[in-house]
Design a protein around this ligand. Structure first.
Ligand code: SF4
Ligand code: FES
Length: 248
C-alpha cells in the first residue's frame, strides 16, 4: 500500500506544532500501525531528519502507552484495540491517515505524539493503598467468599490500562471512566472496603485538581475504550462518592 500521512510535529512542550505531510510506500497490510511508524522513522533517520516521537512499550495492548489519535479516533479505526494492536489491513491503498497526539489540557504535549499522562499516576497515588492486617489474625484471601458477579466486575474494572483514550475522546476531557475503573476494582472486593471512603474522595479531588472535565454522560469513553470498561463503573463511583460524603 502507498499511503499519505499527516502527522502532528511539535518540537517541545513550549513550541507550537503543525501538521506535516509524509508519503510512505510498500506498507504491508500485515504490519502493525507502530511498525509502519518505525519504517517511516527509519526513512527519516536515514535522511538525517528528526524521527517522530511516539510512546510505546509492550506492543501487546497491556501498558497503555501507545496513545495517539488516528483519523479522529483514539487508537484508530478498530474497536477494542490499542494502537499497537491496530493493523494496516484496516486501511486501503491511497488512504490519507491523520495522526495526532491525545488532546486534553491535563495531557500536555511533550513532543510530537507524546503527551504527559502523569496526572493519571497522581490520581492513583491519591487513592492510597490497601491495608493488610498483619496482627496475627490475617485471613487467607482464598478463604474470603466473594460473589462471582462481584469478582468478575472487579476483574473487568482492573483491566483498565490507563491509556487515556477515554479522556482524549470526551468532549469535556473527563477522566471519569478511568477513575471509576480504579475505584471499582477495589470497592467491589472486601479487601478494598477498609479504605473505600478515603479512596474515592481523594481520587476524585485529585482528578478535579488535575483539570479534567466533568462527565455529561455522552458515553464516548465507553465506545473508545480499548478494554471495554463499562459506564456502569461511573455510576458505581458516583454512588461510592455520595456514600463517602455523608458523615457517619
Ligand atoms: S478506562 Fe479504558 S480508555 Fe480509559 S484509561 Fe482505562 S483502558 Fe484507557
Ligand atoms: S504499546 Fe503497550 S498497550 Fe500499546
Amino acid at each position: 500500500m502507498n499511503l499519505k500521512l499527516k502527522i502532528w510535529r511539535q518540537k517541545n512542550a513550549n513550541s507550537s506544532g503543525e501538521m506535516v505531510d509524509y508519503n510512505i510506500s510498500d506498507v504491508s497490510p500485515d504490519m502493525s500501525f507502530l511498525e509502519m511508524m518505525d519504517v517511516l522513522n527509519n526513512e527519516l533517520i536515514s535522511k538525517d531528519q528528526d524521527p517522530i516521537s511516539f510512546d510505546h512499550d509492550c506492543r501487546e495492548g497491556i501498558c497503555g502507552m501507545c496513545s495517539m489519535h488516528i483519523n479522529g479516533r483514539p487508537h484508530g479505526p478498530d474497536d477494542l484495540v490499542t494502537t499497537c494492536q491496530l493493523h494496516m489491513r484496516k486501511f486501503k491503498d491511497g488512504d490519507t491517515i491523520i495522526i495526532e497526539p491525545f488532546r486534553a489540557d491535563a495531557f500536555p504535549v511533550i513532543k510530537d505524539l507524546v503527551v504527559d499522562r502523569s496526572a493519571f499516576d497522581r490520581i492513583q497515588q491519591a487513592g492510597g493503598f490497601v491495608s493488610i492486617n498483619t496482627s496475627g489474625n490475617t485471613q487467607d484471601a482464598n478463604t474470603i467468599p466473594i460473589a462471582k458477579e462481584n469478582a468478575d466486575k472487579a476483574f473487568d474494572a482492573a483491566t483498565c490500562i490507563g491509556c487515556g483514550a477515554c479522556v482524549a475522546t470526551c468532549k469535556n476531557a473527563s477522566a471519569m471512566l478511568f477513575v471509576s475503573a480504579k475505584v471499582s476494582q477495589f470497592s467491589l472486593l472486601p479487601q478494598g472496603k477498609v479504605e473505600a471512603k478515603d479512596r474515592v474522595l481523594n481520587m476524585v479531588k485529585q482528578m478535579d485538581e488535575e483539570g479534567f472535565g466533568n462527565c455529561t454522560n455522552t458515553g464516548a469513553c465507553e465506545v473508545e475504550c480499548p478494554k471495554g470498561i463499562s459506564l456502569e463503573n461511573i455510576a458505581r463511583m458516583n454512588r461510592e462518592y455520595l456514600k463517602a460524603s455523608i458523615k457517619d
